[in-house]
Design a protein around this ligand. Structure first.
Ligand code: FES
Ligand SMILES: [Fe+2]
Length: 394
């Protein structure tokens, strides 16, 4: 599991539900949004970078407060089991793995790594008839895409102990869109000591840029100006419609010189539970990224950015440069959220303002609509009825 440098989970308060007050209602009773840090099940989540999980080894991870053990079999195929033996709860990552079966370190029960089905209980005598193959260690669908291992967290979680088989995913694991055969791929990851909700609304927040992401090669605080962007509803989310990117940042100026200036467009989508995709296209050149904010525990999330591109392939330091720029951004966000978590410890009242926090409001509304649809069994009622233009200064 991802931990802070000192090897411990960041100590942040177990949050009571946060209350968001919208400014128009300040004098009325506080408006409760979706309870803070509610984690959505029934989706694929990034569990670990693929290069951290090696063949014939066991690696622990945590997703939505579910302890997992991940590994790769002899053919390098990844798998994910609940990290608790169904016999007496021993963490399975402490056991042995021969590339096919995981053996618990306590009484030696053996489980098929992919299905979780029990294969052997060493203590049974020849005349004892316990049906070993009816016992399962909880197992999860696990796939490898774009340098990450993804795990499907089902709506009714696989019981830790018992007789439940793996739940089949209802959707395919998300993948980065690519627009040519040849491309480069890189990832970045950072732990944030805040709930997934704060991670996500921080990610989609348009107003913090000039204050948090100042750099001579990006933008200065003095470059703040009014912006206007069009948004439209998409299934489970919303899209910042294709637009020509911000003119006041150096990389875009460079890109504009490099490709045909008029043809640069950016599209940014957010979809539940935690996916932000950004696509930049400039003629035959493209850049595409899929950023996720993954709930690890109630008060701890992880941001993973994976980018693919065919831009700058002529530049000797292209990928390094891009990674440097992204690492800088992510570190600035991480540092900000680390400081924010200190303020959140004492459960302050918070507010969401128009229009700069409208995407954050939509996020909470989408989440509430998704949960309501699940509860009532009816179709999800999209909270954004039609395209809308938002204005802010940044
Ligand atoms: S606890 Fe795992 S075999 Fe007993
Ligand atoms: Fe940011």
């Amino acid at each position: 599991m991802a931990t802070s440098p000192d090897g411990e989970l960041p100590r942040v308060s177990r949050g009571r539900p946060q209350v968001f007050i919208s400014p128009m209602r300040e004098l009325e009773s506080p408006q409760r949004q979706t309870p803070d840090s509610l984690m959505l099940t029934g989706f694929w989540y990034r569990a670990l970078p693929a290069d951290r999980v090696h063949r014939n080894q066991l690696q622990k991870a945590m997703l939505l407060e579910i302890p997992l053990v991940l590994g790769r079999d002899r053919q390098r195929q990844p798998f994910a089991l609940r990290d608790a033996c169904p016999h007496r709860g021993m963490p399975l990552h402490c056991g042995q793995f021969d590339g096919e079966q995981v053996e618990c370190g306590y009484h030696g029960w053996r489980f098929d790594a992919h299905t979780g089905q029990c294969q052997l209980i060493p203590s049974l005598t020849a005349d004892q008839t316990l049906k070993v193959d009816r016992i399962y260690a909880g197992s999860y669908a696990c796939e490898e895409h774009d340098q990450f291992l993804w795990v499907y967290v089902p709506e009714s979680p696989a019981a830790g102990a018992g007789f439940t088989k793996q739940v089949e995913p209802s959707t395919a694991a998300p993948q980065i869109q690519k627009f040519s055969e040849k491309y480069q791929l890189a990832y970045l990851t950072a732990d944030m000591p805040v709930s997934v909700d704060h991670g996500i609304i921080g990610l989609m927040d348009p107003a913090h840029g000039p204050f948090v992401h100042q750099a001579w090669w990006w933008r200065k605080r003095a470059s703040i100006h009014e912006k206007q962007k069009n948004f439209e509803p998409i299934p489970n989310g919303f899209r910042m419609s294709a637009h020509t990117p911000s003119s006041n940042s150096a990389p875009y100026k460079l890109l504009r010189l490099y490709a045909d200036a008029e043809s640069i467009t950016t599209t940014i989508d957010f979809t539940l539970p935690n996916l932000r995709t950004e696509t930049i296209r400039a003629g035959k050149y493209w850049f595409s990224s899929l950023t996720t904010v993954t709930p690890i525990t109630r008060n701890h999330c992880r941001i993973d950015v994976v980018a693919a591109w065919n831009l700058f392939r002529w530049m000797p330091f292209g990928p390094e440069l891009l990674k440097f720029v992204f690492a800088k951004f992510v570190e600035q966000d991480r540092r900000t959220m680390e400081l924010q978590s200190q303020g959140l410890k004492h459960n302050p009242h918070l507010m969401l303002i128009d229009d700069a926090d409208r995407p954050a409001k939509w996020y909470f509304e989408l989440k509430a609509a998704y949960l309501e649809a699940k509860r009532s069994g009816s179709a999800m009622k999209h909270p954004i009825p039609e395209p809308v233009t938002l204005k802010w200064r940044s």
